[in-house]
Each structure stands twice: as structure tokens, then as C-alpha cells.
Design a protein. Sequence first.
Length: 457
Amino acid sequence: MEPKRVYIVTMGCQMNIYDSEQMERILAAMNYRPTAHVQKADLIILNTCSIREKAEHKVYSYLGRLARMKRKRPDLIIGVGGCVAQQQGYRLIERAPHVDMVFGTFAVKRLSGLIRQVTEQKRQVVDVNQTGTVEPSHIAPSDSQAGRATAFVTIMSGCDNFCSYCVVPYVRGREVSREPRGILEEIQQLVAHGVQEVTLLGQNVNSYGLKNGHGFDFPALLEAVNRIPGLKRLRFTTSHPKDLSDKLIGAFAGLETLAPHMHLPVQCGADRILRRMNRGYTRDDYLAGIEKLRKVRPDIAVTSDVIVGFPGEEEIDFEETLRLVESVGFDNLYTFKYSDRPMTPAARFSRKVGEAVKRERLARLLELQTRMTLEKHRSLVGTTQEVLVEGLSKKMDHQITGRTPCNKVVNFSDGAACVGQLVPVKIVEAFPHSLLGGPVKPGRLYSGYRGGILHAA
Ligand code: 5AD
Ligand code: SF4
């Protein structure tokens, strides 16, 4: 039977990328194949994010555009999954009546049943039940995962930390860790399909397994993954500074596949605000953690998240953040303007910071970080980096793109590189968001992994 076509739009974090791949695997079993053309789709799924207000607005504007398509083609199925779906439930259908299916973060595994209800019973369905197991229903790689150099593997869901600004504990529920066996099996299958690098995902991977009570904690999981034959690089995200244990820091010394990069969101440099954020560490604790990490792995890249304009943030607090950013010397920083999220304590905090002040602080922070990132990148010019080839650059014509162990993007214009290969590349120029590599072996076509050709010229 002719396959049906699905078009999935993934918004937000890596967790959603993993969930979208899960959806792809489930849909493949229902004879749906992915399409790159929204116009050709029989099923369109928006996998949504609600971490900040802006992300939520994006969902409704996208849905607005789909309304016209649905009027022209009433058979088209429109589904909304992810965090906005979980939070909005029926309200989403009231606001966007052309949506056929609303399924929350817990309902991904029930997707096939929901689609059948839509097609067979010709009715709208909503599933925002907070029930289900953390284990994925399919662990065999999806079509789009096979043949890629890198993959994400979710090792836990939810979060117990309740940072006062954050909606995640409400939309993704309490923290639950997957069993190690399923995780290891999933990674083994990915490696068998050519994946070279795996990133383990969780809201706070440092507390992996602690609630399961079987003594198999995150460092133990890293050790077990490190032993999987054929896996070249291992990464993880996100770590919470309050749970950065010596054992985890030690893993950077002993595990050969573990890439020297740690994403360690600090959020703010002022103790007063960190307390109001309910982060559970001080500025000094954070700095001490970075020092320990660098002692064990001097070349480690450290990246972070910062929120500006948290309720009550004064100019002196913000200046403490600037000073912290300057003294740590992050490799990269993800910066956000605080926005109120429903249900979170901070939404009810007084002394909100005005939009203009937030904008101004964000610009100052970005200016500082861009200068520092560029400095770091410039110090790499002239060095040779081991680059894992990911494919053709989307932004730079005729260029191959990949990443260094420290997770820096390198584009290079020539070489005999295949997807999934590790190649030594000499860095010739530095930009704020990437590095330019010199030619490896000129004048050849890049034969892609498993027979595909990367047309470089
Ligand atoms: N406003 C702004 N940024 C937020 N983040 C989480 N919640 C909010 C919010 N309400 C940021 C944090 C987190 C990142 C994923 O998003 O910095 O680490
Ligand atoms: Fe949100 Fe804090 Fe949990 Fe991160 S640790 S997901 S910021 S509540």
C-alpha cells in the first residue's frame, strides 16, 4: 500500500527532537513516511515547547497558517504534541478548532491509537493524561536516525527541582529514570546503524538512577556506555550545578569516549537571585565546581544558560552575572529574557523587571559573551581538531560541517570526508558561531555513509 506522508515540526529542546524521532518510529509501523514538504503531508504534527512565552506564541502562529491548508484539504490530520499540548489540553482545540489531535508529553506512546480514533471515528481527540512509562515503545533507529553521525537518547524524563521560573516539572512531571538495559540496547542499535556519537538527555542527568535505588547512578551509566564497542563519542546534557558530584567530574579523566564538554546552566551570578530561583547553590559553589572540572580536564569546554530580568533583579545583581561570566570564560552562553510561565511560583513574584531593561541587559550580556567566544575561537586558529563529520553545511554552500570534541562547529570546504568519519582539520579562521577549517584532501566527492554521496561541489 502506498505510504502516507507525515511532516513533523519540532520546536524546543533536544528532548523534543528525541520525542519526534519516537513519533517517527511509531508512525513508520503505521505506514507513514516522513516528507520534507508540508504541502504533501497527510499528517502534520507540531511538537511544541512552552519553556518561554515566545515559544508558545510560535505554536499559535504556526497553527494559524495551517488553518488555510485544513480548509482546502479537510482530510489533512493536524496534531499538536509536546509541552504546549500538555499544558493547554482542550483549550488548544477551543483556540484552534482545526486541530484534530492534542497529545501531551506522556502520550507519545499512545500516538497510533489516537490517530486511529481521528481517522476511524472522525472526531477530535485530546490526551493529556499524566500516565505511562518512561521506556520508549520502539528502540530501533528511525529512517532519519540511521545514517546520521549523531543521535540523542533520552535517559530520564521530568524534573524534581522546581526552579521557581520553570514550567518543566508541571508539563513533564516528576523525574523518572529509564532502566540501564534499555538505554544500552538502544545505543548499541544506533551504533550498529552507523551512529558515532550519542548525547544522553535528561533535565538533570546528574541525578539519573538515584530514585531507582539499584545503585546504578549516572557515572555508572557513563562507564557502561563508554564500553559499547564502536561508539566514538559520548556527550550528555543537562547537568545541574547542585548535583555535580566528584564522581561525575572524575569520569572526565577516565572515560575515553566522553567528550570534553559540560553544559552547566548557572542562570544568574547573584546569590540573592539564585535563592529566589530555588537553584540550591551559590555563586561560590558554582565557581568551585568549574575549578574542579578544569583541574581534571583542563581542555574542557563549559557552556551555560543565563536568564536576565528575573523578578527583583537589580542592576547590581546583573553586574554580578556579568562578572561571573567574565571570570568563568564560557565557551558559549544561551541567554534568555525571563518570562512568566503559568503555574510557576516566579509568575506570582513581585518587582517584575520591565521589557526595556531586560532587552538592555540581554544585549550587554550577549556583547560580552560574543567577544569572549570569539577570543576562544581565535585561540584555536592554527590547531588541528578532530572533527566528526555530520554532513553538508546548511548555511555555507559547498561546505562540510562537523564538530570538535569541545562541540565547536567546524565548516571546511574540501576533503575526502564521509558522514560519521573523524577527520583531522586544521583551523584557519574563527567566527563567533563557528570555525573555518582548511582543506584536508582537495578535489574529491564526499561519499556519504552507507553509499550516499555528499555533493560538495
Ligand atoms: N524564562 C526565561 N528563561 C527560562 N528558562 C527556563 N524557564 C524560563 C523562563 N520562565 C531557561 C533556563 C533554562 C533554559 C532551558 O531555559 O535558562 O536553563
Ligand atoms: Fe526547570 Fe530547574 Fe528542572 Fe531545569 S532543573 S528543568 S530549570 S526545574
